[in-house]
Write a protein that binds this ligand. Sequence first.
Ligand code: FE2
Length: 341
Amino acid sequence: MPGIVQTSKPCKAPPVVGPRTTKARRPIVDIPEFMINEARSTSVDKWDPSKHMAFKAPAAIYTMKEIGLEGQGISPHAVSEPFPLFTREAIMQMRREIFSDLVMKNCRFGSDFIANMVRGMGAERAPFIYDAWYDPAILAAISAVAGVDLIPAFDYEVANVNISINDEKAEVLTGSDEESAVAWHYDSFPFVCVTMASDCTGMVGGETAIKLPDGSEKKVRGPAMGTAVVMQGRYINHRAMKAFGGRERIALVTAFRPRNPLVRDETILTGVRPISHLEELYSQYVAYRFDVLEERFRHKLKEERRRVVMKRSINIGDLRSFIEDQQNYLASMLEELYEVE
Ligand SMILES: [Fe+2]
């Protein structure tokens, strides 16, 4: 395992504004019967990367330096152009699971930010989707684009599915305006991978806009069916532009954190607490955080024992800095874990 990655103290990730709604609620919108039937008509197949993965490196990856954020975040990469990730067959399998009876009954959420979501499907209800996102080949591809080794943040975020159906009766969302579907924000997770699971023929808009230091915006094309965009959303102020045309827009947003437990991890739950079953969300959050802490302490202990064997003198500054980092990590957990009335 490599040594502590950060050498100097990086600036803290920005605060995140979450939905106004504090408790999970069911979406108001109905999903049309024909979409459900269409998805369920796909015959069941198992995830097979040789058949279902279609990765090709993106034409461009914009760097943090290029968008004026050099040295921030956990990777020099900011955001990619859309790149092929899944075959059409893979997307059909994913849609089959998203619109399955069990998922529709148990995993639908709505908030004032995004009216209609499917989340926390779990490996039992969505084995294809879980196998896909935990496949080492997919993770290697996402990590290469991200410029840092990543793993899914935790199971609950595999995968957040945003569903928007072309409907003039659609709810008006907080922060949405003539241009934005989702207002300016930072994500709660270090990286996200947004994968399109709809046919985007005839669709316009739907880009991700990034705020540049001079106040201007850079727009990155939204993904088309089976393609994905990877973005360091925890550190980049961004918004989703409205998409027009097309029958529906189904995007899988999978959240990632660094695989190496020694890398800074500023994951928070602000954005997801109001759209999750807290029992599951909190359990998974605590488990991964304890795991990270355990790994960090084991690593540090090994280093310390080695130092004593080698008769090197104690580095109090280094030890204090390690303890402070863990104290901050624990303090952030206290900020995240609370009862929601
Ligand atoms: Fe975002």
